[in-house]
Design a protein around this ligand. Structure first.
Ligand code: PMV
Length: 368
């Protein structure tokens, strides 16, 4: 079992300059991560950051991704972190504090960072402020680019270690980002019934039935505004939440159940778990103190339309939600034509400016 100590780079060489380019996708959780736990690190004196209070599982997406180019140049001093940040080709000062914080968090594991000046040039394939969290894909793309540098100066790194440490670093940037390195289904968080599961990084779950291959996710953009509540604040509200312990226990049970469902291809059971998880996530928000509602009237309109359509047609289509008003419509590719027709005829009217994004299950980060 890998511990934090195992992720500290100790012997490495150096290089003068290099360029790396990676894309990493977003992911959509089926069993949700909501709440962090305090934990002492295996590194003396350190506190572990971004440790989930419960395990989660997600579909890795394919189209919604971040493409990051990392330029690396050896510098003469090792005093500070040094980087330029470009977003869609233009300098983006307001993203810099997040990257600075990320570098500070991962420095203990990547002690070579201050030896280099970095140019980070990043872009998303999905529209900016579409309400789609770019932190998962963005942090995954940055983490894997940094690991390319580590691999270049440590040629003996195994693929398994590369993947585990990439996910480990991505987690320190944004928790759910650790589920965006691999595909098609990833589990993150200690789970008694999942061998090799870890709070520190995501692991691929490979026993997935044919039925879920090419599974579709059409993301209906109900509200493209800025998030009312950051996920950092949201996670924090699970401390002293009256239903927290019950919820964390339920997530363990739902993960056990959904693994079985993903393996057997039982779509009816899949729908029950996934929709219940989405509503439970929002129920936790509504019952925290302070309380908040991230769904919009159109979110509920869409949910009701999906339920009616499923009842009338028996077509296995369901929804899930992130920490926002947008609706992810999930269905197998075999019913794609019918469901797209339904979306266009009945659901697009509830989307802001009629916008939606067609995505599907994918395989994770790629070197370009
Ligand atoms: O990665 P964060 O800290 O932004 O948290 C994301 C939490 C949810 O998207 C709401 C659920 C999940 O498991 O992805």
């Amino acid at each position: 079992m890998l511990t934090e100590k195992d992720f500290i780079a100790t012997t490495y060489s150096s290089l003068e300059s290099a360029n790396f380019e990676w894309s990493a996708p977003s992911n959509i959780a089926l069993v949700k991560y909501w709440g962090k736990k305090e934990q002492v690190s295996s590194i003396p004196g350190e506190k572990s950051e971004q440790i989930p209070a419960n395990p989660s599982i997600s579909f890795t997406l394919n189209q919604c991704k971040t493409i990051t180019k990392l330029g690396v140049l050896k510098k003469s001093d090792t005093k500070d972190f040094s980087f330029d940040l470009l977003f869609e080709g233009k300098p983006k000062e307001d993203f810099k504090p997040k990257i600075q914080k990320f570098f500070e968090r991962i420095e203990v594991y990547c002690p070579y960072l201050k030896e280099y000046h970095f140019t980070i040039d990043t872009q998303n394939t999905f529209p900016h402020s579409s309400g789609i969290a770019s932190s998962a894909s963005g942090m995954a793309a940055l983490a894997v680019s940094i690991m390319s540098l580590e691999k270049a100066i440590t040629p003996s790194l195994s693929d398994d270690y590369f993947n585990a440490k990439t996910s480990f670093l991505a987690r320190l940037g944004s928790g759910s980002a650790c589920r965006s390195i691999k595909g098609e289904v990833v589990i993150w968080g200690n789970h008694a019934k999942t061998a090799n599961s870890s709070d520190l990084f995501g692991v691929a779950f490979s026993e997935v039935h044919e039925y879920f291959k090419n599974f579709q996710d059409t993301i209906l953009l109900v509200d493209k505004g800025e998030k009312q509540v950051s996920s950092t604040v949201g996670h924090d509200l699970m401390h002293n939440h009256p239903y927290a312990e019950q919820r964390f226990g339920q997530a363990h049970e739902n993960l056990t159940a959904i693994k079985e469902v993903l393996t057997s291809g039982n779509i009816a059971a899949f729908i029950k778990i996934v929709e219940s998880e989405a509503l439970t996530l929002h129920a936790m928000m509504m019952t925290s103190m302070p309380y908040f509602i991230l769904m919009k009237p159109n979110t509920l309109e869409i949910i009701n339309k999906i339920w009616n359509y499923r009842n009338e047609t028996q077509i296995p289509v369901c929804f899930t939600l992130d920490a926002g008003a947008n609706v992810h419509v999930l269905y197998p590719s075999t019913v794609k034509e019918k469901v797209m027709q339904f979306i266009q005829n009945e659901l697009v009217v509830y989307c802001q400016n009629g916008q939606y994004i067609c995505d599907q299950i994918g395989t994770g980060a790629k070197s370009n």
